[in-house]
Design a protein around this ligand. Structure first.
Ligand code: FES
Length: 212
């Protein structure tokens, strides 16, 4: 699939102070002269900061890593994990549409995205807060259907729980990632009681992350 940069581009890009310090620290992980190997983590950090990867961000990373801009452009356009156009400022829903999720109801989730976000994927909602796209398998098939927002997975969704997820985001409530059926990981749904102790564990970063 041909992936192009957005026609709308910001005038410039620079890392925040925290991210700049982080980027400088990354360079020390690589042998001298091999700093170009940090291109993916730096592009990812730029996306985490801005929500997407703009042309100025690509130029910034190329300059920072002392590599040709076209090499960074190749990476950004090759990997689908990089968004090449603005996404919703509150959430970009990546809805898995591959077979296990499709059999477990992902088409319902996509229809909700069409009615509540935008009829067209990769397009912003009218207020610019949300966007969505259908993606290939997210690797969480045992807890299908799955939606990814940022680096968080929301699993075992159905129409009601997905509507609630969108409501929470609209109200600026931070949804807790993980299974909507109370599963700790991918154990059978009727075994969740057995694992209830583990659910309180701080080892489960995906659940604990937003609890402060
Ligand atoms: S098919 Fe949806 S996570 Fe694998």
């Amino acid at each position: 699939m041909l992936r192009r940069l957005s026609k709308e581009q910001p005038e410039n890009f620079k890392f925040t102070k925290v991210n700049l310090n982080w980027a400088k620290a990354q360079l020390k992980k690589y042998p001298k002269g091999r700093q170009a190997s940090a291109v993916i983590p730096l592009l990812w950090r730029a996306q985490e900061q801005e929500g997407w990867v703009s042309k100025p961000a690509i130029e910034f990373v190329a300059n920072f890593l002392d590599m040709p801009e076209v090499r960074v452009l190749e990476v950004a356009t090759f990997y689908f994990m990089f968004h090449l156009a603005p996404v919703g400022s509150k959430a970009h829903f990546q809805v898995c549409g591959t077979t296990p999720c499709m059999l477990r109801g992902s088409e319902d989730l996509i229809n909700i995205c069409k009615s509540r976000v935008n009829e067209r994927q990769k397009s912003l909602s009218s207020d610019g807060f949300m966007s969505w796209e259908e993606v290939e398998c997210l690797g969480g098939c045992a807890n299908a259907p799955v939606v990814q927002i940022g680096s968080d997975y929301f699993e075992d969704l159905d129409k009601d729980s997905f509507e609630k997820l969108i409501n929470d985001i609209e109200k600026n409530n931070t949804p807790i990632p993980g299974s909507r059926k109370g599963r700790f990981s991918s154990e059978p749904a009727d075994m969740t009681k057995k694992y209830s102790r583990k659910k309180l564990s701080f080892e489960n970063a995906s659940i604990e992350r937003f609890r402060g």
